[in-house]
Ligand binder design. Structure first.
Ligand code: AMP
Ligand code: ZN
Length: 429
């Protein structure tokens, strides 16, 4: 099912010329923003100089630091009266990054979500429970508007308590949820402890999971525990929030809406384009925004491009699941480690529960604290030691470093209100 079939299946040459036209328009619009104007003058770039897709490389990068330095509104490209809404990033340190929306931006963002929901078979008959936090975070309102556009009955539940979520799901026969992967894992544990079998007593059929890096193993874990299909949903506040890239029913990479964003994947060190299929940093240019378009935004998210056509017929290219952020990488005793590697190992072990924490302490000591599965463990002390060993061995094989493993009771590790905090670094290096 399509929401905007013509645009979603536009032939590549037409899509590419539309991109070029919109890119030029965006450069024109940004000529009014002093930050960009100064950069254009410095490099001598004009909208007319953008003649082909490759010319995007003549444009400057924009970084998170640029957004912070221009906080609150120095990157605004329209007058204040044209702004309809403000969102900020969920980052917890320092000043947030602010993003403005015009009326058209709010509407376009909702259309991109509607495309995503339709491509996985969501219809107006669905009951959509949005379990992401409302407020400044885009996961609430932006998704909400998109689901309303499709015509779903939307329940703006917010993250709330699990008891209340369950009540809403039961009483209103929720069929689709939008949820953080870490919360989905927690919620699965909650149902298990309560003895609620979602396949029998709930009507859930689909979950849109995003806003946090998560592995394929986590997806499978959530699907098995909640008895539904899980689709990966990628976005970031700077580019509207959710709706930038989504999986179709094939679950084989996320279609990135190229009529709205120009995507590049670069080597984060050299800033040169990554080779075909090679992992690098995703760089995005918003070419269909009015209030605050950004040029070549360094997302820090690591992924690779899938150029092969998708069986679903959409021509917008796909990106792989985000494997982490370039600034997520931990260096422990000289070894480069991404938290995702640890998650992959843990989530593939049925005896292991669904919450974990990576602790870095002392000189360079890594401890992985893991919850035991509430159902799959008999509690015998000898078995705990064996399992601890088994987890440490599996981690060693993946990381080339053997961390200390601490198995703890189910439900004993902290649960965040918003995005999960999986790493605590208290090293005294
Ligand atoms: P925020 O702007 O606060 O919503 O955060 C956006 C960031 O969340 C992105 O830059 C990614 O690092 C992360 N993120 C969002 N969606 C996903 C996803 N599906 N997979 C992995 N990371 C994600
Ligand atoms: Zn597809």
């Amino acid at each position: 099912m399509f929401w905007q079939q013509e645009m979603e299946t536009l032939a590549r040459p037409a899509l590419e010329s539309l991109q070029l036209e919109r890119l030029r328009d965006t450069v024109r619009r940004l000529d009014r923003v002093p930050f960009y104007r100064a950069k254009f003058l410095e490099s001598g770039v004009t909208p007319e100089a953008i003649k082909s897709a490759a010319d995007i490389r003549r444009l400057p990068f924009t970084t998170a630091a640029d957004l912070r330095e221009n906080y609150p509104d120095k990157l605004l490209a329209v007058s204040r009266e044209e702004v309809l809404r403000l969102h900020t990033t969920s980052g917890s340190t320092g000043k947030p990054k602010a993003l403005f929306f015009s009326r058209r931006d709010v509407d376009t963002a909702a259309d991109l979500i509607a495309r995503a929901l339709c491509m996985t078979g969501v219809t107006r008959r669905d009951v959509f429970q949005n379990m992401m936090s409302y407020g400044l975070f885009t996961g609430g309102l932006v998704m909400h508007y998109g689901a309303e556009k499709v015509g779903c009955m939307v329940i703006p539940a917010g993250p709330g308590t699990s008891e209340r979520q369950l009540l809403l799901m039961q009483d209103f026969r929720t069929t689709v949820i939008h949820i953080l992967p870490s919360y989905a894992l927690y919620f699965a544990d909650f149902l298990e402890k309560k003895g609620v079998d979602p396949r029998k007593s709930l009507a859930l059929r689909k979950a849109f999971v995003g806003a946090e890096a998560h592995t394929e193993e986590t997806r499978r874990n959530i699907e098995a525990a909640l008895g539904l299909e899980v689709y990966n949903s990628y976005g970031l506040t700077e580019m509207n929030g959710p709706g930038v890239a989504f999986e179709c029913e094939g679950k084989c990479g996320m279609h990135l809406w190229e009529d709205n964003y120009v995507l590049e994947i670069i080597n984060p060190k050299t800033c040169e384009p990554a080779g075909d299929g090679e992992t690098g940093e995703l760089v995005l240019t918003s070419i269909n925004r009015e209030a605050m378009p950004l040029l070549r935004y360094r997302t820090r998210d690591l992924t690779a491009l899938i150029s092969e056509p998708c069986p679903c017929g959409r021509t917008h290219r796909r990106i792989h699941r985000i494997t982490g952020r370039s600034d997520d990488m931990l260096i422990v005793r000289g070894v480069n480690i991404f938290p995702q590697q640890i998650e992959r190992v843990l989530m593939a072990m049925p005896q292991i529960g669904r919450n974990y924490l990576i602790l870095l302490e002392g000189l360079d000591e890594m401890t992985v604290k893991v919850e035991l599965s509430p159902a799959a463990f008999d509690g015998e002390v000898g078995h705990i030691a064996d399992l601890q060993n088994e987890v440490a061995e599996k981690l060693r094989a993946e990381l080339w470093l053997r961390p200390k493993v601490d198995l703890v009771a189910s439900g004993s590790l902290p649960v965040a209100e918003g995005k999960a905090k999986r790493v605590i670094d208290r090293r005294s290096l």
